[in-house]
Design a protein around this ligand. Structure first.
Ligand SMILES: [Zn+2]
Length: 331
């Protein structure tokens, strides 16, 4: 049984009073949180591009209102715990706080108490926490995984999950191997994933034997809680065989889903859609690492990737999504 390390919780502290900021940051750090303190509305708004486990925000900032930070944050991340620290209990503020879905308001001059703040933070983070995951993403060739589920993988990394990419072949049929390996390594590094590069023969990936062995070794080494792999509904023989081998080798994994490759057939029938609107630009940056393929593969064109994400978003409330055929979804 693999014991997963506890995930470091990241708190954004927005406070313009340097003394107050230092005191609260010290409380949070001593409680084991990773704290990033900013002192203005502008810096807080910019920091919302990153993923946080909770935000503790002063209401009265020199260049704006903490309530507006709450509105923007809750719009992007509705479940993100948000505690507003305010000097006054004006009714108008309370009404806005409720409207924006702020989780708690604390009075600065009450005074703000360490035990109370830490207890509420722990309670709110626990309530919204997702279980720790180890994700194994399997692709027959370099770039398959990033095209099919790059957005979902970015989201896993941003949620603190471990992501491992297993690429079965080094893509000799699609170009110079040395360059393709470098591109795969650069994309994995940018994604924040570990990369395992197999050496199966490109265009001749088998559906059993060495392919199942390779995947089984990765499953044994990383004990994934979730696997993303190819679909059998694909025109490319390597993709179909990688899908079939994956289904055998990952039979003990609780959650398995198949992503869409550009060579998917019309029989590809997804039932799970991951909102990647926030990750779409980063996904394009990952694909941009594959320069040897970008010049000749129209399916890597940014407008094609954007159009595909936009198309599947019709099943979500977002403007960009990745589709998956669900093989197994154990609760
Ligand atoms: Zn491929």
């Amino acid at each position: 049984m693999t014991v997963q390390p506890p995930r470091l919780r990241r708190i954004l502290l927005v406070e313009d009073d340097p003394v107050h900021s230092r005191v609260v940051a010290k409380w949070l750090s001593a409680a084991g949180y990773a704290v990033t303190a900013v002192e203005s509305f502008a810096l807080a708004a910019a920091a919302l591009k990153s993923r946080w486990d909770a935000i503790v925000c002063d209401c009265d900032l020199p260049d704006g209102n903490g309530l507006e930070i709450a509105r923007i944050a809750k719009l992007a991340y509705p479940r993100l715990p948000f505690i507003l620290v305010t000097a006054g209990r004006q009714a108008e503020r309370v009404v806005q706080a409720v409207r924006y879905g702020i989780d708690d308001m604390m009075l600065k001059m009450a005074p703000l108490r360490r035990e109370h703040l830490l207890a509420r933070l722990a309670e709110l983070i626990d309530a919204t926490d997702e279980p720790y995951e180890t994700v194994l993403a399997i692709g027959a060739h370099p770039d398959d995984v990033e095209i099919g589920c790059g957005g979902a993988l970015l989201q896993h990394v941003q949620n603190g999950h471990r992501v491992v990419i297993l690429t079965l072949s080094q893509g000799a049929a699609g170009g110079d191997v040395a360059q393709r390996v470098l591109e795969a390594q650069a994309a994995a590094k940018k994604l924040g994933a570990e990369l395992i590069l197999g050496d199966l023969p490109d265009t001749q990936v088998a559906e059993n034997g060495s392919t199942i062995d390779l995947i089984q070794k990765a499953v044994a080494a990383f004990a994934p809680t979730r696997v993303y792999t190819h679909s059998v509904n694909d025109l490319h023989q390597d993709h179909r065989n990688a899908a079939r081998a994956s289904l055998s080798a990952t039979r003990g994994v609780p959650r398995v889903a198949c992503y869409q490759a550009p060579s998917a057939t019309v029989d590809f029938r997804p039932t799970m859609f991951v909102d990647i609107q926030q990750q779409l630009e980063q996904k394009l940056a990952l694909l941009n690492e594959y320069q040897s393929q970008c010049v000749k593969a129209p399916y890597l064109a940014p407008e094609q990737i954007r159009a595909n994400a936009r198309y599947w978003s019709k099943y979500t409330a977002s403007e960009g999504a990745e589709p998956f055929e669900v093989v197994r979804a154990c609760a």
